[in-house]
Design a protein around this ligand. Structure first.
Ligand code: ADP
Ligand code: MG
Length: 366
């Protein structure tokens, strides 16, 4: 199956430019997730790929073919929409068949493919029902089936799970992932949900304001966010982002806070040359703090902070602490945080290997 690439894509609606010179390459067999907040241009990009909108300038390549001006049906793509777009008057079988109506395949082949997807997606018992007689998850499977029968090289999904309840969403996430592992098509999947992105993607393109802020594996965007936006968008609870000044004294880089707290950055792998006196944002993930009142030796810092809130979810506990007037979150095991009360103090350390440092001026990782 071919690679897909976007080259210098610009998309404007009248005066408004939504995508401004965007480049992106999707490798054969990748499960690429376009992740970003509502309105950042994800659907616009996906629709351009599908041929449902015209680029203002730039080129879309599928393999060696320039498909920029091709008709949707000639691109070898199949799309699953958020609304599923099933035909209400057709049965499941009719909906699946309709996906092949334009292909002029021999009847045997049509039957074979329909049997294949109905088995694959466990639709056998539902073939004669109409969409109104199906649950949300079943409709979703039909919509995916209709895309799969086309044997398209590339499958496009636009927020296909956002209409489902939480439990079904988790199930369908696993189903789609299994399907990808088994059939290995190239998938481009749009979502604003970072959990969907982290669990399904082989690659994530994090978008904001029509730009790709970072492109990488789920681990890369989580472990080494390139920008403050990515740092804040990936991870729940959100990464704590705290303004400080970088001091380089005697080869010992340190983040110094206005209230006097110091965080030792010795051993931090700087991406860019650090400068003494520069304003930085230090990023500390809630899940990397030590257990409260069990600080670890050789940490980047050990903090003794007032507890201002405790949120118990059952599987874990999020402790809110006052760090020089900023509320910061630390995640703990429920039994480690069992004795903590609002108004008390807690001692926590943060490990050296898990620091994130950003240039406050540019918002980029340093
Ligand atoms: P997302 O899918 O990330 O939520 P969209 O791609 O749908 O975002 O939209 C990106 C931006 O483009 C939004 O600001 C939206 O208002 C604008 N937009 C989308 N479609 C149109 C259109 N047909 N005309 C004008 N503006 C549009
Ligand atoms: Mg959208």
């Amino acid at each position: 199956m071919p690679n897909v690439s976007f080259e210098q894509i610009v998309k404007s609606y009248g005066e408004v430019t939504v995508l401004e010179g965007l480049n992106l390459k999707i490798e054969d067999g990748d499960f690429l997730v376009l992740l970003g907040p509502s309105g950042c241009g994800k659907s616009t990009l996906l629709n351009l790929m599908a041929g449902l909108g015209e680029v203002t300038s730039g080129r879309i390549m599928i393999g060696e073919r320039d498909v920029t001006d091709l008709d949707p049906k000639d691109r070898g793509l199949a799309m699953v929409f958020q609304s599923y777009a099933l035909y209400p008057t057709k049965t499941v079988r009719g909906n699946l068949k309709f996906g092949l109506a334009a292909t002029k395949l021999p009847r045997d082949e049509v039957e074979n493919r329909i049997r294949w997807v109905s088995e694959l997606l466990q639709l056998d018992a539902l073939m004669d029902r109409r969409p109104a007689q199906l649950s949300g998850g079943q409709r979703q499977r039909v919509a995916i089936g209709r895309a799969l029968v086309k044997h398209a090289d590339v499958l496009l999904f636009d927020e296909p799970l956002s209409n489902l309840d939480a439990k079904l969403r988790t199930e369908m996430r696993m189903e789609i992932k299994k399907l990808h592992d088994r059939l290995n098509p190239t998938v481009v999947y749009v979502t604003h949900d970072q959990i969907e992105a982290m669990t399904m993607a082989t690659k994530i393109a994090v978008m904001n304001g029509g730009e790709i802020q970072q492109f990488g594996t789920p681990d890369e965007v989580y472990e080494r966010p390139e920008t403050l936006f990515v740092a804040g968008f990936i991870g729940a609870p959100q990464m704590n982002l705290l303004p400080a000044v970088l001091r380089m004294g005697e080869g010992m880089p340190t983040a110094v806070f206005t209230g006097g707290t110091r965080v030792d950055l010795l051993g931090y792998a700087f991406d860019r040359a650090p400068q003494d006196g520069m304003e930085i944002i230090l990023g500390l993930r809630p899940e990397h703090f030590s257990a409260p009142d069990a600080p670890l030796p050789h940490a980047a810092c050990t903090l003794d902070l007032p507890v201002c809130g405790i949120e118990r979810t059952g599987s874990d506990t999020v402790v809110t602490l006052d760090f020089e007037g900023h509320a910061i979150a630390a995640r703990a095991e429920p039994d480690q945080a069992a004795g903590l009360r609002s108004g008390a103090r807690a001692r926590l350390s943060y490990p050296r290997g898990k620091l994130n440092v950003f240039d406050a001026r540019t918002g980029r990782r340093i």
